[in-house]
Design a protein around this ligand. Structure first.
Ligand code: URA
Length: 260
C-alpha cells in the first residue's frame, strides 16, 4: 500500500473509532512526559500516621464537594469549566452547560451534547434539538418557557454512550444545578437521564409516561418528573412519536394545573 492509501486508511479507522473532530490546529502528544515543575517551598511532610488516617476522596465525592460549594448557576458553570476530573472534558471543544430560562419552573434534561452542541456550546441545537423545539412549540413552549441541560456536559467522542463512571461523576453537578434552579417539574429526555435521576435500571419504555416523585439532594421536597423518549430516538423510530405526543399532553396538563 502506498503512503497516501495508508494515511487514508488510518484516518478512516480513527473516524470509525470516534475521533471525528479536529480540536486544535496542532496535534497534542498526550504520551509526552509532563514538563518539570518549578521548585516551590516544600510543605512539611505529613506524618505517616496522619497520611494513613486521612480518607482518600473518591472522584465522585470530590465532584460532589465541588458542586456543593457552588451557590449560583454562574459559579457552577465556572466550577465545571475548571473541573478536570472527567476525561470527556479533554476531548470536547466546549462545555455545554444549559440554555433557556432558569426562572420558568420547568427543566428538561437530555443525555449528552452531540457534534453541533459541542461546536456551539449550547444543548439541543442539532437535528434532535430542532425536532424537540418543534415538539415543544406544539404545546406552546419555547426556550423562554424552560431551562434545558444534559446529564453529561461534554460531548463523548464520536457520540458514544457515556460510561457508568462518567454518569456517576457528572450526576453531582446535575443534582446541584437542579437544586439551584428549583424547578417545579422535570422532563427527562431518554433512558439515560431517566435512569440516572430516577435511580433505576428500568428501560425508558417502562419509565416513560408516568409522573414520579424524585429526590434531589439539596431540595426539601421530592420533584415531579416525567420521562419521555429522546428526540434522537424519535428521529430513528417515528412510530414512537404517538407515545411521545401523549407525554407532551401530560406535561401540558400538569403545567396548566400549576399555572391556575
Ligand atoms: N442530545 C442530547 O441528549 N443532548 C443534546 O444537547 C443534544 C443531543
Amino acid at each position: 500500500m502506498d503512503l497516501r492509501a495508508t494515511l487514508i486508511a488510518a484516518l478512516r479507522l480513527q473516524v470509525e473509532w470516534g475521533a471525528d473532530e479536529a480540536l486544535a490546529d496542532a496535534a497534542i502528544d498526550r504520551f509526552a512526559a509532563p514538563p518539570a515543575r518549578a521548585r516551590t517551598e516544600a510543605a512539611p511532610a505529613p506524618t505517616p500516621q496522619a497520611t494513613a488516617n486521612r480518607p482518600l476522596p473518591t472522584p465522585v465525592a470530590h465532584a460532589a464537594a465541588i458542586a456543593a460549594a457552588c451557590s449560583s448557576l454562574a459559579a457552577l458553570r465556572e466550577a465545571l469549566a475548571r473541573f478536570d476530573g472527567c476525561p470527556l472534558s479533554d476531548t470536547a471543544t466546549n462545555l455545554v452547560f444549559n440554555d433557556g430560562n432558569p426562572e420558568a419552573g420547568l427543566m428538561l434534561i437530555g443525555e449528552a451534547p452531540g457534534a453541533e452542541e459541542d461546536r456551539i456550546g449550547k444543548p439541543f441545537v442539532g437535528p434532535s434539538g430542532q425536532l424537540l423545539d418543534r415538539m415543544l412549540a406544539s404545546i406552546g413552549l419555547d426556550r423562554g418557557g424552560y431551562l434545558i441541560t444534559n446529564l453529561i456536559p461534554w460531548r463523548p467522542p464520536g457520540n458514544r454512550s457515556p460510561t457508568d463512571a462518567e454518569v456517576a461523576l457528572c450526576l453531582p453537578f446535575l443534582h446541584r444545578q437542579i437544586a439551584l434552579v428549583q424547578p417545579r417539574l422535570l422532563l427527562l429526555l431518554g433512558g439515560l437521564a431517566a435512569k440516572a435521576l430516577m435511580g433505576t435500571s428500568a428501560g425508558i419504555t417502562r419509565l416513560r409516561g408516568t409522573w414520579r416523585e424524585i429526590e434531589i439532594p439539596g431540595l426539601a421536597a421530592p420533584l415531579p418528573a416525567l420521562a419521555t423518549y429522546h428526540p434522537a430516538y424519535l428521529l430513528r423510530s417515528p412510530g414512537a412519536k404517538r407515545l411521545a405526543w401523549a407525554d407532551l399532553i401530560a406535561l401540558r396538563r400538569r403545567l396548566d394545573v400549576l399555572d391556575k
